[in-house]
Write a protein that binds this ligand. Structure first.
Ligand SMILES: C[S@@+](CC[C@H](N)C(=O)[O-])C[C@H]1O[C@@H](n2cnc3c(N)ncnc32)[C@H](O)[C@@H]1O
Length: 329
Protein backbone atom coordinates (compact mmCIF):
# COMPACT_ATOMS: atom_id res chain seq x y z
CA UNK A 1 0.00 0.00 0.00
CA UNK A 2 1.21 3.51 -0.77
CA UNK A 3 1.31 5.40 2.54
CA UNK A 4 -1.28 8.25 2.68
CA UNK A 5 0.12 9.54 6.00
CA UNK A 6 1.84 12.64 4.53
CA UNK A 7 -1.53 13.67 3.06
CA UNK A 8 -3.36 13.26 6.39
CA UNK A 9 -0.54 15.09 8.18
CA UNK A 10 -0.79 18.07 5.83
CA UNK A 11 -4.61 18.02 5.97
CA UNK A 12 -4.71 18.29 9.77
CA UNK A 13 -1.60 20.42 10.39
CA UNK A 14 -3.84 23.45 11.01
CA UNK A 15 -5.42 21.67 13.99
CA UNK A 16 -2.11 22.03 15.79
CA UNK A 17 -1.95 25.75 15.01
CA UNK A 18 -5.50 26.13 16.35
CA UNK A 19 -4.57 24.35 19.60
CA UNK A 20 -1.58 26.63 20.14
CA UNK A 21 -3.52 29.81 19.34
CA UNK A 22 -6.43 28.81 21.59
CA UNK A 23 -4.14 27.99 24.52
CA UNK A 24 -2.36 31.34 24.12
CA UNK A 25 -5.58 33.29 23.76
CA UNK A 26 -7.15 31.67 26.83
CA UNK A 27 -4.13 32.49 29.01
CA UNK A 28 -3.24 28.84 29.61
CA UNK A 29 0.53 29.38 29.52
CA UNK A 30 0.39 32.38 31.86
CA UNK A 31 -1.65 30.27 34.29
CA UNK A 32 0.64 27.25 34.03
CA UNK A 33 3.72 29.05 35.32
CA UNK A 34 2.41 27.24 38.43
CA UNK A 35 1.43 23.56 38.17
CA UNK A 36 -2.33 22.93 38.23
CA UNK A 37 -4.93 20.26 37.53
CA UNK A 38 -7.43 20.66 34.67
CA UNK A 39 -10.43 21.36 36.94
CA UNK A 40 -8.62 24.04 38.96
CA UNK A 41 -7.29 25.66 35.80
CA UNK A 42 -10.75 25.63 34.16
CA UNK A 43 -12.24 27.30 37.22
CA UNK A 44 -9.50 29.91 37.39
CA UNK A 45 -9.80 30.83 33.69
CA UNK A 46 -13.60 30.49 33.50
CA UNK A 47 -13.51 27.61 31.00
CA UNK A 48 -15.43 24.38 30.63
CA UNK A 49 -13.78 21.55 32.53
CA UNK A 50 -13.96 18.92 29.80
CA UNK A 51 -12.82 21.38 27.12
CA UNK A 52 -9.86 22.43 29.26
CA UNK A 53 -8.79 18.83 29.88
CA UNK A 54 -8.98 18.04 26.16
CA UNK A 55 -6.98 21.15 25.23
CA UNK A 56 -4.34 20.51 27.88
CA UNK A 57 -3.88 16.89 26.82
CA UNK A 58 -3.53 17.92 23.18
CA UNK A 59 -0.87 20.45 24.25
CA UNK A 60 0.92 17.69 26.19
CA UNK A 61 0.87 15.43 23.13
CA UNK A 62 2.31 18.30 21.05
CA UNK A 63 5.12 18.88 23.57
CA UNK A 64 3.83 22.34 24.56
CA UNK A 65 2.95 21.44 28.17
CA UNK A 66 4.24 18.83 30.63
CA UNK A 67 1.99 16.50 32.65
CA UNK A 68 2.89 14.69 35.86
CA UNK A 69 0.08 12.59 37.34
CA UNK A 70 -2.99 14.83 37.04
CA UNK A 71 -1.17 18.14 37.08
CA UNK A 72 0.01 20.23 34.16
CA UNK A 73 2.85 22.73 33.95
CA UNK A 74 4.65 24.72 31.27
CA UNK A 75 7.74 23.29 29.62
CA UNK A 76 10.84 25.55 29.92
CA UNK A 77 10.11 26.73 26.34
CA UNK A 78 6.51 27.51 27.33
CA UNK A 79 7.68 29.63 30.27
CA UNK A 80 10.12 31.48 28.08
CA UNK A 81 8.15 32.05 24.86
CA UNK A 82 4.45 31.70 25.67
CA UNK A 83 3.94 33.75 28.82
CA UNK A 84 3.13 37.45 28.69
CA UNK A 85 5.61 38.40 31.43
CA UNK A 86 8.64 36.88 29.70
CA UNK A 87 10.93 39.38 27.92
CA UNK A 88 11.25 36.76 25.17
CA UNK A 89 7.48 36.29 24.82
CA UNK A 90 6.22 35.41 21.33
CA UNK A 91 2.57 36.04 22.18
CA UNK A 92 2.12 39.09 19.93
CA UNK A 93 3.75 37.42 16.95
CA UNK A 94 1.50 34.38 17.51
CA UNK A 95 -1.53 36.69 17.74
CA UNK A 96 -0.56 38.05 14.32
CA UNK A 97 -0.21 34.52 12.97
CA UNK A 98 -3.68 33.77 14.31
CA UNK A 99 -5.06 36.93 12.68
CA UNK A 100 -3.70 35.84 9.29
CA UNK A 101 -5.09 32.32 9.72
CA UNK A 102 -8.42 32.82 7.83
CA UNK A 103 -6.50 34.31 4.92
CA UNK A 104 -4.88 30.92 4.20
CA UNK A 105 -8.34 29.54 3.43
CA UNK A 106 -8.29 31.84 0.40
CA UNK A 107 -5.07 30.45 -1.04
CA UNK A 108 -6.78 28.74 -3.98
CA UNK A 109 -8.34 32.06 -5.08
CA UNK A 110 -5.01 33.89 -4.61
CA UNK A 111 -3.20 31.31 -6.75
CA UNK A 112 -5.92 31.43 -9.40
CA UNK A 113 -6.18 35.24 -9.56
CA UNK A 114 -2.63 36.17 -8.55
CA UNK A 115 -4.12 38.72 -6.15
CA UNK A 116 -3.48 39.03 -2.40
CA UNK A 117 -6.22 37.97 0.03
CA UNK A 118 -5.84 41.08 2.22
CA UNK A 119 -5.11 44.69 1.42
CA UNK A 120 -1.28 44.92 1.46
CA UNK A 121 -1.40 48.30 3.20
CA UNK A 122 -3.24 46.84 6.23
CA UNK A 123 -0.02 45.71 7.92
CA UNK A 124 1.89 48.84 6.93
CA UNK A 125 -0.19 51.50 8.64
CA UNK A 126 -3.62 50.91 7.05
CA UNK A 127 -5.00 49.05 10.06
CA UNK A 128 -3.46 50.46 13.26
CA UNK A 129 -3.94 47.31 15.37
CA UNK A 130 -2.60 44.97 12.67
CA UNK A 131 0.33 47.36 12.15
CA UNK A 132 1.12 47.32 15.86
CA UNK A 133 0.94 43.52 15.93
CA UNK A 134 3.13 43.37 12.81
CA UNK A 135 5.88 45.59 14.26
CA UNK A 136 5.86 44.17 17.80
CA UNK A 137 5.51 40.66 16.36
CA UNK A 138 8.54 41.20 14.12
CA UNK A 139 10.45 42.42 17.15
CA UNK A 140 9.57 39.32 19.18
CA UNK A 141 10.41 37.01 16.28
CA UNK A 142 13.70 38.78 15.56
CA UNK A 143 14.76 38.60 19.22
CA UNK A 144 14.34 34.83 19.00
CA UNK A 145 16.21 34.34 15.74
CA UNK A 146 18.81 37.11 15.89
CA UNK A 147 21.65 35.08 17.37
CA UNK A 148 22.66 33.32 14.16
CA UNK A 149 22.54 36.52 12.10
CA UNK A 150 24.50 38.48 14.72
CA UNK A 151 27.23 35.86 14.66
CA UNK A 152 27.34 35.74 10.85
CA UNK A 153 27.62 39.52 10.37
CA UNK A 154 30.80 40.95 11.88
CA UNK A 155 30.54 44.74 12.19
CA UNK A 156 33.80 45.22 14.09
CA UNK A 157 35.28 48.59 13.10
CA UNK A 158 32.15 49.78 11.28
CA UNK A 159 30.67 53.15 12.22
CA UNK A 160 27.21 53.64 10.71
CA UNK A 161 24.70 50.88 9.96
CA UNK A 162 21.85 51.64 7.54
CA UNK A 163 19.00 49.28 8.48
CA UNK A 164 16.97 49.38 5.27
CA UNK A 165 13.36 48.35 5.91
CA UNK A 166 14.48 47.98 9.52
CA UNK A 167 10.92 47.70 10.91
CA UNK A 168 11.06 47.49 14.71
CA UNK A 169 14.84 48.01 14.53
CA UNK A 170 15.56 44.89 16.56
CA UNK A 171 18.72 43.97 14.66
CA UNK A 172 20.02 47.56 14.90
CA UNK A 173 19.43 47.61 18.64
CA UNK A 174 21.18 44.28 19.15
CA UNK A 175 24.09 45.33 16.93
CA UNK A 176 24.49 48.59 18.84
CA UNK A 177 24.46 46.71 22.13
CA UNK A 178 27.24 44.47 20.76
CA UNK A 179 29.32 47.24 19.09
CA UNK A 180 29.58 50.35 21.33
CA UNK A 181 31.21 52.45 18.57
CA UNK A 182 28.40 51.82 16.07
CA UNK A 183 25.47 54.10 15.18
CA UNK A 184 22.37 53.10 13.22
CA UNK A 185 19.79 54.59 10.87
CA UNK A 186 16.52 52.69 10.78
CA UNK A 187 14.85 53.41 7.45
CA UNK A 188 11.21 52.40 7.01
CA UNK A 189 7.71 53.68 6.28
CA UNK A 190 6.52 56.38 8.70
CA UNK A 191 3.66 54.37 10.35
CA UNK A 192 6.05 51.51 11.09
CA UNK A 193 8.61 53.81 12.68
CA UNK A 194 5.89 55.32 14.87
CA UNK A 195 5.42 51.91 16.53
CA UNK A 196 9.16 51.19 16.52
CA UNK A 197 9.93 54.39 18.46
CA UNK A 198 8.61 52.90 21.70
CA UNK A 199 10.79 49.80 21.28
CA UNK A 200 13.87 51.88 20.44
CA UNK A 201 13.26 54.19 23.42
CA UNK A 202 13.45 51.28 25.85
CA UNK A 203 16.50 49.64 24.21
CA UNK A 204 19.20 51.57 26.08
CA UNK A 205 20.87 52.49 22.76
CA UNK A 206 18.24 54.89 21.41
CA UNK A 207 20.68 57.81 21.58
CA UNK A 208 22.74 56.16 18.81
CA UNK A 209 19.74 55.48 16.56
CA UNK A 210 18.31 57.79 13.91
CA UNK A 211 14.84 57.00 12.55
CA UNK A 212 14.49 57.88 8.87
CA UNK A 213 10.93 57.67 7.47
CA UNK A 214 11.13 56.79 3.79
CA UNK A 215 9.88 54.61 0.97
CA UNK A 216 13.00 52.69 0.00
CA UNK A 217 11.56 51.87 -3.43
CA UNK A 218 11.24 55.54 -4.36
CA UNK A 219 13.48 57.61 -2.11
CA UNK A 220 17.21 58.19 -2.10
CA UNK A 221 18.88 56.18 0.70
CA UNK A 222 21.42 58.89 1.49
CA UNK A 223 25.08 58.17 2.13
CA UNK A 224 27.67 58.17 4.89
CA UNK A 225 27.02 54.60 6.05
CA UNK A 226 29.63 51.85 5.96
CA UNK A 227 27.36 48.91 6.75
CA UNK A 228 23.88 48.03 5.54
CA UNK A 229 21.34 45.46 6.63
CA UNK A 230 18.51 44.57 4.26
CA UNK A 231 16.54 42.06 6.30
CA UNK A 232 13.08 40.76 5.46
CA UNK A 233 12.58 43.48 2.85
CA UNK A 234 13.22 41.94 -0.56
CA UNK A 235 10.47 39.33 -0.12
CA UNK A 236 7.98 42.17 -0.75
CA UNK A 237 9.78 43.27 -3.90
CA UNK A 238 10.11 42.15 -7.50
CA UNK A 239 13.56 41.22 -8.78
CA UNK A 240 13.78 44.58 -10.57
CA UNK A 241 12.92 46.62 -7.45
CA UNK A 242 15.30 44.51 -5.37
CA UNK A 243 18.12 45.21 -7.81
CA UNK A 244 17.32 48.92 -7.75
CA UNK A 245 17.44 49.01 -3.91
CA UNK A 246 20.77 47.16 -3.86
CA UNK A 247 22.20 49.61 -6.43
CA UNK A 248 21.10 52.54 -4.20
CA UNK A 249 22.75 50.91 -1.18
CA UNK A 250 25.96 50.48 -3.18
CA UNK A 251 25.88 54.12 -4.33
CA UNK A 252 25.46 55.48 -0.79
CA UNK A 253 27.86 53.14 0.99
CA UNK A 254 31.39 54.18 1.90
CA UNK A 255 34.17 52.15 0.19
CA UNK A 256 35.13 49.11 2.25
CA UNK A 257 31.54 48.82 3.57
CA UNK A 258 29.64 45.61 4.24
CA UNK A 259 26.11 44.63 3.22
CA UNK A 260 24.09 41.76 4.69
CA UNK A 261 20.86 40.72 2.94
CA UNK A 262 18.86 38.43 5.18
CA UNK A 263 15.57 36.70 4.37
CA UNK A 264 13.73 33.44 3.83
CA UNK A 265 15.60 32.76 0.60
CA UNK A 266 15.48 29.50 -1.31
CA UNK A 267 18.65 27.43 -1.33
CA UNK A 268 18.69 24.12 -3.23
CA UNK A 269 14.88 23.91 -3.35
CA UNK A 270 14.34 24.53 0.39
CA UNK A 271 13.83 25.04 3.24
CA UNK A 272 10.09 24.26 3.29
CA UNK A 273 9.50 27.35 5.43
CA UNK A 274 10.86 29.60 2.66
CA UNK A 275 8.53 28.03 0.11
CA UNK A 276 5.51 28.37 2.41
CA UNK A 277 6.55 31.94 3.08
CA UNK A 278 6.46 32.58 -0.67
CA UNK A 279 2.75 31.67 -0.51
CA UNK A 280 2.26 33.93 2.51
CA UNK A 281 3.60 36.77 0.37
CA UNK A 282 1.21 35.83 -2.42
CA UNK A 283 -1.61 36.18 0.13
CA UNK A 284 -0.42 39.50 1.56
CA UNK A 285 1.26 41.48 -1.22
CA UNK A 286 0.94 42.18 -4.91
CA UNK A 287 4.62 41.54 -5.57
CA UNK A 288 7.45 39.55 -4.06
CA UNK A 289 7.85 36.04 -2.77
CA UNK A 290 10.74 33.86 -1.70
CA UNK A 291 13.71 34.74 -3.89
CA UNK A 292 16.55 32.34 -4.69
CA UNK A 293 19.66 33.16 -2.62
CA UNK A 294 21.77 32.68 -5.76
CA UNK A 295 19.74 35.41 -7.53
CA UNK A 296 20.35 37.79 -4.63
CA UNK A 297 24.07 37.01 -4.84
CA UNK A 298 23.99 37.86 -8.59
CA UNK A 299 22.10 41.12 -7.94
CA UNK A 300 24.73 42.14 -5.38
CA UNK A 301 27.56 41.40 -7.82
CA UNK A 302 25.73 43.31 -10.59
CA UNK A 303 25.37 46.30 -8.24
CA UNK A 304 29.17 46.31 -7.81
CA UNK A 305 29.64 44.44 -4.52
CA UNK A 306 32.48 41.92 -4.19
CA UNK A 307 33.25 38.90 -1.98
CA UNK A 308 29.63 37.77 -2.15
CA UNK A 309 28.95 34.86 0.19
CA UNK A 310 25.73 32.89 0.87
CA UNK A 311 25.34 31.57 4.43
CA UNK A 312 22.23 29.49 5.29
CA UNK A 313 21.09 30.10 8.90
CA UNK A 314 18.05 27.85 8.94
CA UNK A 315 15.36 28.87 8.13
CA UNK A 316 16.80 32.24 7.04
CA UNK A 317 19.75 32.73 4.72
CA UNK A 318 22.08 35.71 4.75
CA UNK A 319 23.99 36.91 1.71
CA UNK A 320 26.98 39.03 2.72
CA UNK A 321 29.13 41.15 0.41
CA UNK A 322 31.50 44.12 0.49
CA UNK A 323 32.03 47.31 -1.40
CA UNK A 324 35.68 47.32 -2.43
CA UNK A 325 37.91 49.69 -0.48
CA UNK A 326 39.03 52.85 -2.30
CA UNK A 327 42.37 52.41 -4.06
CA UNK A 328 44.97 54.81 -2.74
CA UNK A 329 46.80 56.84 -5.39
C1 LIG B 1 9.36 41.69 7.38
S1 LIG B 1 9.75 43.27 7.86
C2 LIG B 1 11.44 43.10 8.36
C3 LIG B 1 11.83 44.06 9.44
C4 LIG B 1 13.27 43.89 9.95
N1 LIG B 1 14.22 44.33 8.95
C5 LIG B 1 13.54 42.45 10.35
O1 LIG B 1 14.21 41.75 9.62
O2 LIG B 1 13.07 42.07 11.42
C6 LIG B 1 9.87 44.20 6.38
C7 LIG B 1 9.98 45.69 6.61
O3 LIG B 1 10.13 46.34 5.36
C8 LIG B 1 9.39 47.52 5.42
N2 LIG B 1 9.05 48.00 4.08
C9 LIG B 1 8.27 47.38 3.18
N3 LIG B 1 8.16 48.15 2.08
C10 LIG B 1 8.88 49.28 2.33
C11 LIG B 1 9.15 50.45 1.58
N4 LIG B 1 8.64 50.62 0.35
N5 LIG B 1 9.94 51.41 2.12
C12 LIG B 1 10.43 51.26 3.37
N6 LIG B 1 10.21 50.15 4.13
C13 LIG B 1 9.45 49.18 3.61
C14 LIG B 1 8.16 47.13 6.21
O4 LIG B 1 7.49 48.26 6.72
C15 LIG B 1 8.75 46.25 7.28
O5 LIG B 1 9.11 46.96 8.43
Amino acid sequence: MIDPAPIYDAATAFWKSAVLFAACRLGVFDALEEAAGAAALAQRLGLSEHGTAALLDACVAMGLIEKAGDTYRNTPAGDRYLTSRSPESLLVTLELQAATYPMWMRLAEAVRDGQPAIAPADLLGGDPELTRQFVVGMHQRALGTAGALMDAVDLTGHRVLADIGGGPGTYSMLMLQRYPGLRARIMDLAPILEVARTLVASSGVGDRIEMVPCDVTADDLGNGFDAALVSGLLHRMTAETSRSILRKVYAGMAPGGLIAVNDLFIVAGGPTMALLFGLQMLLTNETGGAHEASDVASWLAQAGFVDVKITPLFPHTVVIARKAAAIRA
